[in-house]
Ligand binder design. Structure first.
Ligand code: MN
Length: 211
């Protein structure tokens, strides 16, 4: 901890200053893209909670710095992700999630800081929610949609390493969203089926309307 209070454990690593020997170009600071709350409409299960959160402001929910040294056959790209802590209603902050355009492409996630879960959903209906924490490694097989969720109180940071040719397909997820949601229940992160959680939200809404 530095005297000014910065430099805490939550400070993410940076992916930068990589020299690409093959093309003999100096890697530049990885371009960073940010996703604000307003850009995540439809990702969270509860639209009322989403609108209420937006009325309070439009914070950055996550960012990804992508390092793409080369894009040929056999090359790799690296993404440094950071998801901020917090919730929309009872649902923890999340990334949009995606499939790879090249569906066969797998990916390795390496947790750096924070406490997260990865939602993994195969096209065969096989769903999983696996821990993504400091020094943990998650293998995302091909044909598997993946989303990261911050269930902790500090920024969740991680590296994703994937074939340069993988590509990102967000549209397929946007249609149906993930089948699982991560909800705080009784103070604990709980993985529920989206359809069950939506049913609970509907019931709560009907009760509040009757009151
Ligand atoms: Mn990916």
């Amino acid at each position: 901890m530095q005297a000014d209070g910065s430099g805490d454990a939550a400070a993410p690593a940076t992916v930068t200053e990589v020299r690409n020997e093959r093309t003999d170009t100096r890697g530049e600071r990885a371009p960073r893209s940010e996703r604000k709350l307003s850009q995540l409409a439809g990702c969270y299960a509860d639209p009322h909670a989403f609108n209420a959160a937006l009325e309070q402001g439009d914070p950055v929910i996550y960012s990804v710095s992508s390092l793409e040294p080369a894009s040929g056959d056999g090359d790799l790209h690296i993404g440094l992700g950071m998801v901020m802590p917090g919730k929309v209603g009872a649902e923890y902050h999340l990334t949009r999630g995606h499939l790879h355009s090249w569906r066969e492409a797998a990916e390795i996630y390496i947790g750096l800081t924070g406490n997260g879960l990865m939602l993994l959903e195969g096209q065969d209906g096989a769903d999983a929610a696996v821990p993504l924490t400091s020094n943990s490694i998650v293998y995302v097989p091909g044909h598997t949609a993946h989303r990261t969720v911050n269930i902790g109180t500090e920024p969740l940071t991680y590296l994703g390493i994937y074939p340069a040719k993988a590509g990102h397909d967000y549209a397929a997820i946007a249609q149906n969203n993930f089948r699982q949601v991560v909800i705080e229940q009784g103070g604990q992160p709980t993985v529920l089926q989206r359809k069950d959680w939506l049913e609970t939200l509907r019931s709560n809404l009907e009760l509040s309307v009757k009151e």
